[in-house]
Write a protein that binds this ligand. Structure first.
Ligand SMILES: [Zn+2]
Length: 646
């Protein structure tokens, strides 16, 4: 790893080698600090047989603590208290690291080093802030490995890639392959910053971030430091329960394995075929709507129908999650060793993931793997013309196989319809049945589409939200879930393509004559307006039910994982970590007593309302006497007129 100047006096600047430093942090923890290396699907190498190839993707860097902390670094003078907290947090960590390693060093020297790190991080955050205003056309660029030198000359990229990737890719890399770079201007600016900063600061910064990446794995004292930082700065006092952190890592890194466990225990496979049928029905209905459509040109209409017909679907789970053979093959090269530490196993998994992705650069892989049953996902993927509805959504409150069809069509049906329509919204309309970017619209159909879309934009723009002064940006309108705080609402009004829930329910229903008829809404009333908009269908979407269902699934997976742990536990003695997790589960039962408190509060509220109501009635009954009395007073003293009586 090389030495860390902050804690090691023998560090020499002459041995500074940025490429090697980043190779080491990347190989072990996949932390490359000034950029990030991933393998993503290469859309230019798409195969028509439902397979993909991957491509090397050089992604932008992330700041040390993520976006939530950016505000502090962008105005450090205003936020000097928070900067002090961050400084103290970093110092405490370094002190713990040194104590654990048996090293001691002068406190004030450490302070100086930490100050330099904070200054450097401030510059990084400023670069990220500037980059957020960059032209979106800079976001993704195809280039070659040799082009990276131009943007970040300090790194020997060929050497970096050869070292980081498995040996099987060496010749591929030496042939200077096509790659994707995210935000090249940002990469250039980061490179400029790194080259004008003293190597000592760079190494300290990289090593500290590298060390902090272990924070959740090396002991309670580090975890507590992090929790204190979060609660002091973000005022998030909720201490994440350890089982949730562990679950998060297990479900994210071994998604198909944990997904498979959950599926077998909690998912009724019959549901999959029912939802499959609902998707087919909705597709058919949309084709009928298109057939009856009077404003689309014939060729455009036919292209739209073909697009619906060829739209593929990924419902519930990928086959491998219910097929042990496939599942074993998928995890064949991953070796989890119960005798190794959690950290070691975690690194094994990280590495296995990276290598697996890397092999996809050479060998095509099945698109089927795009989802897993841990993912809470309903989406339409333009580039694949496919709908994804994952298993956790195919249950309450979105689906119940024993409920009437009317319920399921309203709940999960609206989710499916929503995703389908993304294939025909202002973005999806420019992708064809194969998911290729192509304009298949004739001019007059396109104009009519925009004219009709404009009607809906105006309708949504009239809706006031938040403080009743701001309105929805109708252009950003289409769908999804929430229960946001007011502050978040402002932000989302400007940035989210999905409008607030109530609007998504009321406007589409007001646009449906069937609704007004069923509920006998008076003509001209809000839900039965004299003018309606229609493009070809509207959508309704449920709300925070989403988050609740996700929480339930997490607990279910946790239970299954615990069962596994218990069956393997007989040989393991109880460690302090396990003890503290027991304590946490007691805290969890606190959730139930909280519920009881809520119930009592509600009872008290109801009683109060009753008492106030009775008092009000008494007041009204005694009113005539009081009025007479007041009028007498008025007559006697004109200056004491009671405005109340007007
Ligand atoms: Zn959507």
């Amino acid at each position: 790893m090389g030495s860390w100047p902050m804690v090691d006096d023998s560090w020499e600047e002459s041995k500074y080698h940025l490429t090697n430093l980043l190779v080491n942090t990347t190989i072990t923890r996949h932390e490359s600090m000034f950029f990030d290396i991933q393998n993503t699907p290469d859309f230019l190498k798409r195969d028509k047989n439902n397979t993909d190839k991957a491509i090397i993707h050089v992604m932008s860097l992330k700041s040390m603590f993520g976006e939530k902390f950016h505000e502090i670094y962008l105005d450090p003078e205003w936020h000097n208290e928070e900067i002090d907290i961050i400084r103290e947090y970093l110092k405490m960590n370094v002190r713990h690291f040194m104590a654990d390693a048996g090293i001691s060093r002068n406190e004030s020297a450490i302070s100086d080093d930490i100050d330099e790190i904070i200054q450097f991080e401030t510059q990084i955050v400023n670069l990220l802030k500037e980059a957020s205003n960059n032209d979106p056309s800079d976001q993704l660029k195809f280039a070659r490995i040799s082009d990276l030198k131009e943007h970040f000359p300090l790194i020997n990229w060929e050497h970096f890639m050869v070292e980081v990737y498995p040996a099987a890719l060496e010749s591929y890399i030496l042939h200077n392959p096509r790659i994707v770079i995210q935000d090249t201007p940002l990469l250039t600016r980061v490179s400029e910053l790194v080259s004008k900063t003293e190597p000592r600061i760079i190494v300290n910064y990289v090593m500290l971030r590298y060390a902090l990446s272990w924070n959740n794995e090396i002991g309670t004292k580090y975890e507590l430091l992090w929790q204190a930082l979060e609660s002091n700065i973000l005022h998030e006092n909720k201490v994440e329960m350890r089982w949730k952190n562990c679950m998060d890592i297990a479900t994210k890194t071994m998604s198909h394995a944990t997904g498979a466990m959950w599926l077998r225990e909690y998912f009724d496979k019959e549901s999959k075929s029912i939802v499959d049928q609902i998707v087919t029905d909705i597709r058919m209905t949309f084709i009928e709507i298109l057939n009856e459509n009077k404003w689309m040109g014939n060729e455009t209409k036919q292209a739209a129908i073909v697009k619906v017909q060829q739209m593929t679907k990924h419902i519930a789970y990928p086959e491998l999650e219910i097929d042990d053979k496939k599942l074993d093959k998928y995890y064949k090269h991953l070796h989890i060793n119960p005798n190794l530490t959690f950290s070691d196993n975690y690194e094994q998994i990280l590495n296995w993931h990276f290598v697996k992705g890397a092999y996809h650069i050479l060998e095509p892989y099945e698109i089927e793997f795009i989802t897993n049953s841990n993912d809470f996902e309903a989406e339409y993927i333009q580039e694949k013309n496919t709908i994804v509805i994952s298993a956790p959504i195919i249950r309450a409150p979105f689906f119940d196989k024993d409920a009437p069809f009317s319920f399921n069509y309203a709940a999960i049906g609206s989710v499916i319809g929503h995703e389908l329509i993304h294939g025909f919204d202002h973005e999806g309309m420019y992708y064809d049945e194969k998911g290729e970017y192509r304009d298949w619209w004739d001019e007059s159909s396109k104009n009519e589409f925009y004219r009709r879309a404009e009607c809906i934009v105006k309708q949504y723009s009239r809706v006031k939200v938040v403080d009743k002064k701001h309105r929805i940006d109708g252009n950003q309108t289409l769908i999804w879930c929430q229960n946001y705080e007011i502050r978040q609402q402002f932000h989302r009004l400007q940035s989210d393509e999905h409008s607030p829930g109530f609007a998504r329910v009321n406007i589409p229903l007001a646009n449906m004559p069937e609704f007004a008829k069923a509920y006998a809404c008076p003509i001209g009333s809000r839900m039965n307006p004299s003018s309606r908009c229609t493009v070809w269908g509207d959508d309704v979407d449920p709300t925070t039910a989403y988050d609740d269902a996700k929480q339930i699934q997490m607990k279910e997976i946790a239970k299954l994982l615990l069962k596994k742990v218990h069956s393997a536990k007989s040989t393991i003695t109880e460690t302090p970590v396990m003890k503290s997790s027991k304590k946490k589960s007691k805290e969890e039962s606190g959730e139930f007593s909280n519920n009881r408190i809520l119930i009592w509060l509600t009872v008290v509220k109801i009683l109060l309302v009753l008492i106030i109501g009775i008092l009000g009635i008494l007041l009204i009954l005694t009113m005539p006497n009081r009025i007479v009395k007041l009028q007498r007073e008025n007559l006697s003293n004109q200056n004491h007129r009671m405005p109340l009586m007007n």
